[in-house]
Structures are given as C-alpha cells and as structure tokens.
Design a protein around this ligand. Structure first.
Ligand SMILES: Nc1ncnc2c1ncn2[C@@H]1O[C@H](COP(=O)(O)OP(=O)(O)OP(=O)(O)O)[C@@H](O)[C@H]1O
Ligand SMILES: [Mg+2]
Length: 290
C-alpha cells in the first residue's frame, strides 16, 4: 500500500520551476530516501507532503486520499504527517524543552500530555534537557528536541528534511536507531539527504532528484547514478545469508557498483580479507549463525 503518492506534481517559485511533473511514491512501513544535489527540489517536494506548499499542478495523495487545503483538513493531515524541518530553529517555538515538546499535544487537546512528552523525550534520549531553555542548546540538541516535538504527536508518516545536518557521528548513529525504531513501529518514513552512506544504512527505497524531476528510482543507488548526481559517500551492501547462488567475485563487483547483494557464509569467508577499506557494508542476516 502507498502511504504517499504525488501525481504529476508541479510547483514554481515565481519563474523558477522547482518541481516538474514529479511522480513520487512511498510505501507504507518503508523508509524512502529522497536524494539529489542542492536545489534539486527535495525540500519543495517534502513540503507538499503535509500541505506546507500547495501544488501548482498535480495532486498529493496520503493513504490514497487527495490532500484538501481547507484549514480543518490541513489540521487533520498534520496529525498524520509529521514534518521535521531542515533547520531546528524553524521548528522550536516554546521557551523550554518540555514546553516545546508539549506544544502540539496540548494544542490537540490530548489528556495525557505528561505521558506523551515523557515518552518523546525518552525516545530522543533528552530527558535531562527537559527544563533547559531551547535557545541555550547546541545545534544537535536542538535537532533532537525538534524531532521529539514531532514524535510526540505520534504521526503515521514522519518526514525528515536532511536530518543528519549538524549532527556528529554519535548523533547520526542515534538517528539511525530512531529511524529503525520508527520502522519497527510500522511508521512510514521519508527522508531527504545528500549523504548516501546514511541513506544506505536506513533506506528501503531511493528516489534521486535533479532539476525538479525524479531521475532515478529503485531499491539501491548504483554508483554511476551517485556520481552523476553529486551524492556523497557511496557504498554497496553484502548481505551474508545461509546460501546464495552468487559467486563471491561477482558479488564483490556488484557490491562495488553500489548494489545490494546476497552472499553465502562460506563465500563470504573467502572474500572477507579483501573487504578492508572498500566502500561496502556487510550485514549478517538472522540465518547467519556461527
Ligand atoms: N522560497 C523560494 N523562493 C524562490 N526560489 C526557491 C525558494 N525555495 C527554493 N527555491 C528554488 O527552488 C529550487 C528547489 O529548491 P529546494 O529547496 O526544493 O531544493 P533542495 O533539493 O531541497 O536543495 P538543498 O539540497 O540545497 O536543500 C531551487 O532552484 C531553489 O533555488
Ligand atoms: Mg533542501
């Protein structure tokens, strides 16, 4: 089932065409990544998905239903689709961390605000910041607060515009864990990023944008596409499983092209020594024992 679909979505800022007949799809329960260089149209696309922008042409559908733009429909939509802005300062509105995370649940008139806020703070590992003033936080801390504020509303679809911006290595790891947790909770997650390494860690499906169009779509991003469209940190994946018909040499070549390849345990042991320093990530699947 599709959580999000755009049909011939077109948008202009004055004379600048930011989106040109975009047909974007995100499946329910998956993590879909929108990649592309600066100015490709990623943010403009994401902002259409919870009605922050209204299409010039075309439509946006959420769980199969076209978005309507009257105030009441938009309020409802924003409960279903949470949007985490590129810049946390665009998101944070209340003086203290607790007040900020509580803002939307209070506005929605939820009865269990304390519980909801505590849960969101715990999710983001920022309980200790709850009484701090937001304007005294570091950039990474602010980003966690902004994410907590959106998760507090428990949206079915979570949109993140360049969530790794300003995060250190620990922060990115934490973010990856949060996204994995969202996936376990069957949320649909849509993320824009330039960072293909991060994208490969969390993504199920990938759309590459360039000059307002989707120029590539698939379950992995081939390295030639990544190079052509200016993406950073390319790598493929080797999935180590009980058995596979791939030969180890072929698997290695395909992984170096950026693909996701399954390889048997036995074959993996044969090429393990070659992997040092190569841009390939290895994943051991459940059936891999010993
Ligand atoms: N408010 C605006 N007014 C005028 N033009 C805009 C505005 N916002 C974006 N644009 C233009 O629309 C195009 C798409 O911008 P958008 O922000 O969607 O790209 P992006 O892929 O998110 O880029 P980045 O990776 O830099 O965030 C660009 O050419 C940009 O200059
Ligand atoms: Mg952007």
């Amino acid at each position: 089932m599709l959580a999000v679909e755009t049909v011939n979505l077109t948008f202009k800022y004055g004379d600048i065409t930011a989106l040109n007949c975009v047909n974007f799809k995100a499946k329910k329960g998956e993590v879909t990544i929108v990649l592309g260089p600066n100015g490709a149209g990623k943010t403009t696309l994401l902002m259409h998905l919870n009605g922050l922008l209204k299409p010039l042409k075309g439509v946006v559908k959420i769980f199969g239903k076209e978005i309507r733009y009257d105030k009441k429909s938009l309020m409802k939509l924003r409960r279903t689709v949470g949007y985490i802005f590129h810049n946390p300062d665009d998101q944070i509105i209340a003086p203290t961390v607790w007040q900020d995370v509580a803002f939307a649940p209070m506005n929605l008139g939820l009865k269990n605000v304390d519980e909801v806020v505590d849960r969101a703070l715990r999710w983001m590992g920022i309980e200790h910041l709850k009484d701090r003033l937001c304007n005294t936080l570091s950039n990474g801390e602010k980003r966690r607060v902004a994410i907590a504020g959106v998760l507090a509303m428990d949206p079915k679809i979570v949109i993140m515009d360049e969530p790794t911006a300003g995060l250190d290595g620990f922060g990115v790891r934490e973010l990856i864990e949060i996204i994995e947790r969202l996936k376990r909770e069957k949320k649909t997650v849509i993320i824009s990023t330039h960072d293909l390494s991060f994208a490969n860690e969390v993504g199920d499906h990938f759309a590459v944008m360039f000059e307002g169009r989707i120029v590539y779509e698939g379950d992995f991003v081939p390295n030639d596409v990544a190079r052509r469209f200016g993406l950073r940190g390319v790598y493929g994946r080797l999935i180590v499983n009980k058995s596979s018909s791939n030969t180890p040499e072929l698997a290695l070549i395909e992984a170096l092209k950026g693909k996701k390849v399954v390889i048997s345990r036995k074959d993996f042991r044969r090429i393990e020594g070659l992997l040092d320093g190569l841009p390939i990530r290895v994943e051991f699947h459940e059936s891999h024992k010993g």
